[in-house]
Write a protein that binds this ligand. Sequence first.
Ligand SMILES: [Zn+2]
Length: 657
Amino acid sequence: MRETVDLLLTGGTVVTMDARWTIVPDGAVAIQGRQIVAVGSAAALAERFAPRETIDCTGCAVIPGLINGHAHVPMSLLRGMVADQQLDVWLFGYMFPVESQFVDPEFCYVGTLLSCAEMLRGGTTTFVDMYYFEEEVARAADEAGIRAICGQTVMRLPTPDAPSFDVGLERARRFIEAWRDHERIVPTVAPHAPYTCTDRIYREAAALCRRFGVPLITHLSETAHEVETSIREREVTPIRYAKRVGAFDVPCIAAHCTHATEDDIRLLREAKVGAVPCPTSNLKLASGIAPYRRLIDSGVRTGLGTDGPASNDDQDMFTEIQLAALLPKGVSGDPTAVPAREALALATCWGAKAVHLDHLVGVLEPGKRADIAVVALGRLHTAPRYTYSPEAIYSYLVYSAHAADVRDVLVDGRLLVRNHALLTLDEGEIVRRSQAIAERINTFLAHRERDLLAKIIALGGVQQAEIFEIQVKARLGPGGEPLVERILSSPEVAITKTSVRTQYDTYFLFRNRERVRIREDHRTDPGARPEPKYTVTLMAEAVRGEYPHAIVLSRARYTALADHTGRFYREYFQPDQVVELEKRRKRWRIIYKDHDFALNLDTLVGGGADPGPYLEIKTRTWSSRDAAERAGLIGELLALAGLDEHAMVKQEYVDLA
Ligand SMILES: [Zn+2]
């Protein structure tokens, strides 16, 4: 009497990825409910089981469903948006501004559907995510039928779904409580990375994980810069820091570990942390190449991930597996460094350990969940077939098969892909909804690329200064300071502040006559703040009004603290011309007839410009009537100095240079 089972996959080469690397040519897998009940030869299983449904897998490889150990799946909607930029330009110039504007529940839901469709069609049956509105990621993943660990991202900066980290942690708690009993979805919390989190965020996230028995997801040691900064500021590597703040007291999944040191690798092994390098992303963002061989040899639970589709740009685990086999060979000069079968293990049996799901998936053996991919071989790029060594199957799977070769996919015993077609998701509808969201982002970026103000505002922290700037500039002869002295010694003038500074200005000039100024301002007078101040200012084209003694400029002037490098701004703004200017400035803030003015005695250094000195008298206001009055007062101050029209200079310094 044969035993009834739901499904029999029969006739393929079964690559079990079990502890003995068992391969069954002309094998079969029997599935009952959610579980695998038997793996063996097709003949033996045909004798033993009476299946309700049989799928002929002749000419195919039957493998454990692939495990994508690190992803940000809603970001598939940002695929192709920006490429080939430095990480800071990519992140602060594009990703963060677009995310803050567009990431909402719908974005996360639709983006996850798109990713699930792509991943399932490519044989991925489990993914580990960290993003925002993770309940929407979980909802879409549940509809798709895929398996997922969904981490609600928390960081100290405001995020699209939480204005502060307390709110983020509270969101994570509610999310975990709502989804904790789901059979395929593991809800959890994901403190983003040591450089975006505080000790408290990590400790509280770990406490949540301990309370609900879920793993903690984070990014660790992705770039050399991150490791250097961590050592400088915290005196430890990001990995040691993570241990110190409790992240390793619970099962942890650490993305990247690209720059793990020997000491780090020991910590990862001892704490059973899953290390998940993302080969394509690490290459594309020039983060480096993870020490795959060292991680494996040291017994660290190692997996593989795609990372977000904005830095990959697909979620094709076949590519990641192939790179994990090729990269260590290339950097070590040893073609045996990571053999094909170990590269496949990183995305199956070992990957399951890395994401702490090895009790359920990663291996085809009785008792495990039926998460299976059937890969069609014998196509142009996978033909002909050598079978004298069973091991050759790893070579086909790793070096020549593609995601598109995946024919059938099961998760938890349920067929989700059959003959390359999705059974749970409507591919056309998902692409249509994704395109609708991309159109909105497209319009936003197209507008912003033309608009410098929008680009500055996208960086955050911008303040607008007064609209009207009233100024006069005069070139003084040698020994100009006594002229300034005449103004300052007037009984009607009260000095409120003085300073001495050196200013390094970089002007970005644009064909539309807009200008962006990056200023590095060093106070050099005794007792002044030692740190230079960096600002970025947009100076839109001025409307000039010439008054008898002064020029009134009405213009929008926006300033923000400049907390990126000069290189960042150059790449971000892409100016048509760059002019650099250095000047020494002695400045007096004065009150004259109830109005405040700044007197600058400036000397230009280097460059082709006339060094001066120059006297600038400046003031600002929001009111046009007030502007006219102040222009008159500037005339009086000039008269005090005994300066006349001949000394006037109408150009700005950048135009003199
Ligand atoms: Zn990531």
